[in-house]
Design a protein. Structure first.
Lengths: 100, 636
């Protein structure tokens, strides 16, 4: 049986990749995917804990996370499409009107 | 029988509301009925109440009517309640009667004025306030009336507010009166603290038990109240507003600034005579201020050239006489003079109004003259009033003024008498000077252009009625030495029960006759001098003017008191106000408010640089924040 720490390390690495992706990427789609990676890293950790403790509540949480991720994807993609329509670009550095 | 006392002030209040709210829409004839009509109703009712009062035995003539509670707060209980006794009955009759005549007169005088409805609504409001003042049964309600008449005085002095001098005069009257009213208010508070009540009857009943004769508290209360009287009744040192108040329409000068409002101070002192008798020092202050004012104002009146200003100074001087009477404890004599003065001074002002009306607004005595043949009715009535005020025997002013001078001598002291006596000579001189300059000599106006015309009937009839009253009004107070019964003093005697204990009563009539002859003599001397100066030989007056140029200048400029007040009081106050405005307000108060706003603005200018608009900056700070918080939690 795979020990819990393996799962957690994988989850941490995935989350770190997600964070770095959000921080360095300029493409809105890539940022979006990086966020999904972060969410899935968390889901992985939850499932691992659930398995370890023999309790289903972690898995229930994962379903919740997936639902939210789906909703977020719908809204986020819609925003990206609108931005793309008006600016012919999805570079987030060009979307900087809201500033001083 | 006396249930409807409240209606007396209520009628003019209704008149005020009607005239003020709908008078302009419903037109002049409506206003002309409502304005004088409501006051006439009050007068009829007042007469009825007066007769009812007379039918009661003398000792029962104190009627208190409580309409409804007004202020109830802790120990303080004040009712809207009215007190009818001989003193307030006299005042009520004077206020309603003279007020009604002047309302009628105003119909003619103000007919062309665009502010006709406004004028009558103010006049009605004044009548209401004045009746509240004289009928109130407690200090607070009296104060309400007191302030009400002050407000109406302000509104009516500044009636032609588009004229700057009128607006300024209104402000001056209001501000100077504030000084006195402040004293009244303090006195009222002191009365409540001392006696626990503001009701006249209760206060006066317990006053002799609470206060020792001559105690500091009694002196303080009475002097504070007297400060109010000095302001309202235009005595030294607060008289300066009254001459300027002549900017108002002439009937207003007659009603408010001669017959009724300015005598409110005398009424108040007479009403509080119980307190004053407990403070002999205050009484002597009242007497001295009265005597000095009588003399001082009369001396200014000698040389003034504006017909209304001469009368204004004359009013100040005559009120000085009333205070002199009160100050020597002869309250009934003071009220008697108040009443006769209301008749002849109202008549003088209304006569002056008729003259001004005839000459299309001319007020300068030097531009009148020879009006005798143009205005016969005005001439006759004016002559009666002049004779009355000068103290020529058989006319009303003679009896009342002589009563005062006699009381000043017998109960006060000879110096007070002497001051009053000289003022009487001045009075005769300036009144006949005014009279001769107006009605005798050659017309100084443009005869072909001016066309002086006699006033309409609405103005002439009040003149005639007041003329009759001025002539015979004195007989109700005919002194015993002249074979009369002094009915007036007897009528007021229940109110002023305490006064006879003051001073020694001289029983012999000899001194009284002697003084009487002296005052008659000085009145005639004043008359003759005026006749010589202004009718027979005008050159003499000019010569004397040149010879005593300095004195003349001082008198003409009213002893420079206005200038003195301006320099010593008004200018420093204006400077102080400017300091508060330009430094305290603009620099410090506004500075603090603007300073804090500027500080916040500066901060946001610095910190808004954080909002870069770059998505990745925000994400980074978010991540860093999470890291910092997690580190903190882990390390704890």
């Amino acid at each position: 049986m795979v020990p819990l720490s393996y799962y957690l390390i994988l989850s941490g690495v995935l989350f770190g990749i997600g964070v770095i992706g959000v921080l360095i990427s300029r493409n809105a789609i890539v940022i979006f995917m990086a966020i999904e990676v972060m969410l899935n890293a968390v889901s992985l950790a939850l499932v691992a804990f659930s398995q370890q403790m023999g309790s289903p509540s972690g898995q229930v949480f994962v379903f919740l996370v997936m639902t939210i991720a789906a909703a977020e994807a719908a809204v986020g993609l819609a925003i990206i499409i609108v931005i793309h329509r008006s600016r012919e670009s999805i570079n987030v550095d060009e979307v900087n009107l809201m500033k001083w | 029988m006396f249930d409807y006392i409240i209606l007396i002030p209520l009628f003019p209040l209704i008149g005020f509301l009607l005239n003020g709210l709908v008078g302009k829409k419903l037109g002049k004839s409506f206003v002309s009925w409502i304005g004088p009509g409501t006051v006439g109703l009050s007068f009829a009712l007042a007469l009825k109440l007066f007769l009812d009062l007379l039918s009661l035995p003398a000792e029962q003539r104190v009627i208190e009517q409580i309409a409804f509670p007004w202020v109830i707060s802790g120990d303080l209980q004040v009712n809207i309640a009215f007190l009818l006794d001989p003193l307030s009955a006299v005042m009520m009759l004077v206020v309603c009667g003279v007020g009604f005549l002047i309302h009628v007169y105003s119909i003619g005088y103000m007919h062309e004025d665009p502010g006709y409805a406004r004028y009558f609504s103010f006049l009605n409001l004044f009548e209401f306030s004045m009746l509240v003042l004289v009928l109130a049964n407690n200090f607070l309600l009296m104060f309400l009336g007191w302030e009400g008449v002050g407000l109406c005085s302000y509104l009516l002095i500044g009636f032609w507010f588009e004229k700057k001098s009128a607006a300024d005069a209104g402000k001056k009257a209001f501000i100077v009166n504030r000084i006195g009213d402040f004293g009244f208010m303090l006195g009222m508070i002191l009365i409540f603290v001392t006696f626990g009540s503001l009701n006249f009857i209760e206060v006066f009943k317990v006053a002799p038990e609470y206060l020792q004769v001559g105690s500091g508290l009694a002196v303080a209360i009475t002097l504070l109240l007297f400060a109010g009287a000095v302001g309202k009744s235009a005595q030294i040192p607060l008289y300066v507003w009254l001459p300027d108040a002549m900017e108002g329409p002439t009937p207003v000068s007659a009603l408010i600034h001669a017959a009724t409002m300015v005598t409110a101070g005398v009424y108040m002192v007479a009403r509080c005579h119980v307190l004053y008798l407990l403070a002999p020092f205050s009484l002597s202050v009242v007497a001295v201020i009265g005597a000095i004012t009588a003399f001082y104002a009369a001396s200014i009146g000698l040389v003034q050239n504006d017909i209304k200003r001469v009368l204004a100074y004359s009013t100040i001087s005559q009120i000085g006489y009333m205070f002199l009477a009160c100050g020597v404890g002869a309250f009934a004599a003071g009220i008697f003079h108040l009443m006769t003065h209301a008749f002849f001074k109202a008549l003088l002002f209304l006569g002056a109004g008729a003259v001004i009306h005839a000459l299309a607004g001319e007020q300068d005595l030097r531009k009148m003259g020879g009006l005798k043949s143009y205005l016969p009715a005005t001439f006759i009535t004016f002559l009666i009033a002049t004779l009355a005020i000068s103290g020529i025997p058989l006319f009303s002013g003679f009896f009342s003024k002589d009563e005062i001078l006699w009381k000043a001598y017998s109960q006060g002291n000879p110096i007070l008498w002497l001051i009053g006596f000289m003022a009487a000579g001045f009075t005769a001189f300036y009144m006949f000077r005014l009279f001769f300059l107006t009605f005798y000599g050659k017309p100084q106006f443009d005869v072909h252009r001016a066309h002086p015309h006699e006033a309409p009937y609405s103005m002439r009839i009040p003149l005639i009625i007041l003329g009759v009253l001025s002539a015979i009004g004195g007989y109700i107070g005919l002194p015993q030495s002249l074979g009369g019964k002094n009915w007036f003093e007897k009528f007021l005697a229940p109110v002023f029960a305490g006064e006879t204990h003051l001073g020694s009563q001289v029983q012999s009539h000899f001194a009284e006759y002697f003084l009487m002859i002296l005052s008659i003599a000085i009145a005639f001397i004043g008359l003759m001098v005026a006749f010589r100066f202004y009718v027979k030989n005008p050159a003499v007056a000019e010569k004397i003017k040149v010879k005593f140029r300095k004195t003349y200048q001082v008198l003409l400029n009213k002893y420079y008191l206005d200038e003195f007040y301006g320099k010593v009081l008004v200018q420093p106050f204006i400077n102080l106000a400017l300091f508060f405005w330009r430094f305290i307000d603009v620099e410090i108060v506004d500075g603090l408010a603007n300073g804090s706003a500027n500080f916040v603005g500066w901060c946001s200018k610095v910190f808004r640089k954080v909002q870069t608009g770059y998505f990745r900056n925000y994400a980074l700070s978010l991540a860093l924040g999470v890291v910092i918080i997690l580190t903190y939690i882990l390390l704890k």
